[in-house]
Design a binder for this molecule. Structure first.
Ligand code: TRP
Length: 375
């Protein structure tokens, strides 16, 4: 059944129909007109061109303000529940592009509190995972002068007054309806959405004026920001604008890369052999035999290897179309495709891992209010 999928901030399952999801959430498609307008600021990112970032809220208003000289700031985040994988990097890479193109500051929230509340992890676990994840974020090259990392349990005094104001505007019945909470939900989880809302309003609170905010992230986070946007006008804050992407696919053919399936997940710290093994086992759109594949062709639409090229690893549109055509005509076999992707991922990771090492010297200086990491 096409509707048999689930997308919430804490669970993504089933075969996601992204158009239907956009309809359910009530977000606006990124259409040709918006793409054209965005291309006026800098060469359009492949993730926009390819419909990976595909839907938004209030981008027009944000750009109108920007054109008038009212700059926005970027906000995105990470719930530190495990090591960073490629799926986490995808929206961050996009955020870095926005920072470069618009020259704007960035607030990165690490919700160690959230992962303590929602997962079987201690506060020490989530705090040290936050450090590991922060290295990957910093390694992507965010401007250290313009980027601050918030760690919830450390920076709560800046967030708490805003979270309280939001909390006063959100009823238990809204929280239940939006997030599916019930009587067995711990009460920290019910409050948590206000903490995720807070960074969106932090510059407005600090500067005493309405500072526009843009949040590029996975569409699974929309429930939080629906609540935040509804609360904003009553508190004198501007509603944050949103740019949403699809989930980065799993190697096993699923719609989302998930740490719960380690063999179908490529971590940023994986070595070349791990990558080779994992890609080697990936789900493809190939046929049962070489003969049949040469005769009938493969199906790139369902192929995890093709999706990896499409989402991250082949930026050249001509080459990606060529790859799809060749596959459909049976002119390229899965083994070749897997070997080529393995090489691309390993080249990327080798470079990333060097930058991740260098990030260790930078990340201390990027903390909001100068807190100390648990390393
Ligand atoms: N809840 C997010 C997660 O589990 C983390 C997060 C906090 C976030 N603030 C955000 C994600 C803003 C996107 C945008 O990963």
């Amino acid at each position: 059944m096409a509707e048999d999928f689930k997308v919430t901030p804490w669970e993504v399952s089933g075969d996601i129909d992204y158009d239907l999801l956009m309809e359910r959430f009530g977000t606006t498609p990124i259409d040709e007109a918006l793409l054209k307008r965005l291309s006026g600021y800098g060469e359009i990112h492949p993730m926009l061109r390819r419909g990976i970032f595909y839907t938004h809220r209030d981008m027009i208003r944000l750009l109108d303000e920007y054109d008038k000289g009212n700059k926005f700031f970027l906000y995105t985040g990470r719930g530190p529940s495990g090591q960073t994988h490629l799926g986490h990097l995808m929206p961050w890479i996009f955020n870095k592009w926005i920072q470069d193109v618009f020259g704007v500051p960035m607030l990165f929230q690490m919700t160690d509190d959230e992962k303590f509340l929602f997962k079987d992890l201690t506060l020490v676990d989530t705090k040290s995972l936050a450090y590991q994840n922060a290295l990957d974020f910093v390694a992507l090259g965010f401007d250290p002068e313009k980027t601050k990392i918030i760690l919830d349990t450390e920076n709560i005094s800046a967030l708490y007054p805003i979270a309280l104001k939001v909390a006063k505007k959100v009823t238990f019945s809204t929280a239940k309806a939006v997030f599916g909470f019930d009587n067995s939900t711990n009460i920290g989880s019910i409050f948590f959405t206000t903490v995720q809302a807070a960074p969106a309003f932090l510059p407005s609170e600090q500067q005493g004026r309405q500072v526009p905010c843009l949040i590029p992230c996975g569409i699974d986070q929309d429930p939080h920001f629906r609540v935040a946007r509804d609360a904003a006008p009553g508190l004198g804050y501007p509603k944050p604008s949103m740019l949403y992407c699809k989930m980065f696919p799993g190697l096993g053919g699923g719609d989302k890369m998930s740490s719960s399936d380690e063999n179908a997940t490529i971590y940023t710290t994986d070595g070349a052999k791990d990558v080779k093994k994992k890609v080697g086992r990936a789900f493809t759109g190939g046929r049962v035999s070489v003969e049949e594949q040469k005769k009938c062709g493969g199906n790139p639409e369902v192929c995890a290897v093709f999706k990896y090229n499409y989402y991250l690893f082949e930026k050249d549109d001509g080459k990606i179309n060529d790859l799809a055509d060749k596959c459909r005509r049976g002119e390229i076999l899965c083994g070749e495709c897997k070997a080529a992707l393995t090489d691309k991922i390993n080249v990327f990771l080798e470079d990333h891992q060097q930058k991740r090492e260098k990030a260790k010297d930078i990340v201390d200086g990027m903390t909001f209010d100068g807190f100390k990491w648990v390393k």
